[in-house]
Each structure stands twice: as structure tokens, then as C-alpha cells.
Ligand binder design. Sequence first.
Ligand SMILES: [Zn+2]
Length: 235
Amino acid sequence: MILAEEREQVVWACRRMRGAGLVVGTAGNVSVRAGDLVAISPSGLDYDDLTPELVGVHRLDGAPVEAPLRPSTELPLHLEVYRRVQARPGSGDPHPGESGVSAVVHTHAPASTALSLVVDEIPATHYYLALFGGSVRVAPYARFGTAELAAGVAAALTGRRAALMANHGAVCVGDSVRSALDLAAYLEYVCDVQLRAMSTGLPVRTLPPGEIESVMAAMAHYRQTPPGASPGVAE
Ligand SMILES: [Zn+2]
């Protein structure tokens, strides 16, 4: 079985995603990239029934390599994100979100989706936005599975590790499936806090200009991992 490890990671992430309440039922999808190949969750299969063998492997142009089931309807979105990162000059440069993208997690998390209905960008209210490389943009609505949605989301991700999808959900990218999944949970938390603040009807304070950038610099020295462990997301 090709990409055995990546396919196992997709299964693990799909179950974690549902267990964390970031999706309901078969919603959402996860992909992991290895070179020119992408392992992605299949469409419409209960995550309890998902096994590594049922995770499809496709080339970056979408051609199936080993895919026993129909791929996620958002395969075009995942591929567009990987292609844009790969095509961008200096993709190994320090721009947040533009280097080391090897996993994409798409959720329908409730607070993330709710906030996508009312803002065009998550305001700079919480320093956690530094985790995503700055204020998170909301990609314009387009129907699921379309090239228009894929292009809009990929553009919204420029220089970022997350984007909201208007009237739909959220997408996070990472240098591992674990980091992308961690970011999805942080994003949901930030959106939930923002919604609660807005629901008071009181003015919502934003951070001073430049604070997110300062926090990003501080976070670069904050991360710790146990010896031998893979790096996760800063607390
Ligand atoms: Zn979706």
C-alpha cells in the first residue's frame, strides 16, 4: 500500500476532528501530502468505517493513483492549496503559512462557520491569531467542490495557516496533520470567543497595531517538545 503512513494519519485526523466536535457526521475532510502525491479522505463514508486502505491517493493534478472510493468532494480545494504553495516562488521562505504545507484539514466547526456568516476577516482581538500568521480571512462563498471555491480559499490562505469559508466552514494547513488539526481547534476557540464578545453588543477591543506580529516573533521561541517527539503547536 503506497503512502501507508499518510493514509493512517488521515484516518486518525478524521476521527479526532469528529471527536473534537469540529464536524458532524461525514462532513469535513483531511489530506496529507507526500511529494507529488496526496492522501485524502473519501466522500460520504462514516469515519467509523474509514480504514487506511479506503483513503484515496491522488496526484497533484487530481489523477487517482490508488483510490477505491470517490474522493472527498473538496479534492479540488486541497489540491489547489498544495499547488499554490508549491508554485509560489521561495516557498521555503519564512512567510507564515507558505512553507512546509503538507496537510490540509477542512472542518464545519460551529463557531468558525457562524463567524464566517458575519465578518470578512477575524478581527485582531486575540493574540492566538499569531498562530495563523495574522488576521484570518474569510473566503467568499462558492458552492462546495467547485474550482471557484478552491481558488477563493487558496487565495485567502496566502501568508496564513487558516481561512474561514463564508457560509460553509474553515480550513487549516500545517507542516503535519497534527499541526493542521491543532490549528483547527485553536481557530474554533478564537471564533467562539469572538462570537461571544460580539454577542454582548458592547464594543469589541482589538489588539494594538503590530501586536500580532510581535507575538509571532515571541512564539517562535516558545514551542517545546519532549525529546524525540514531533513539534506541535504552541500553547
Ligand atoms: Zn465542507
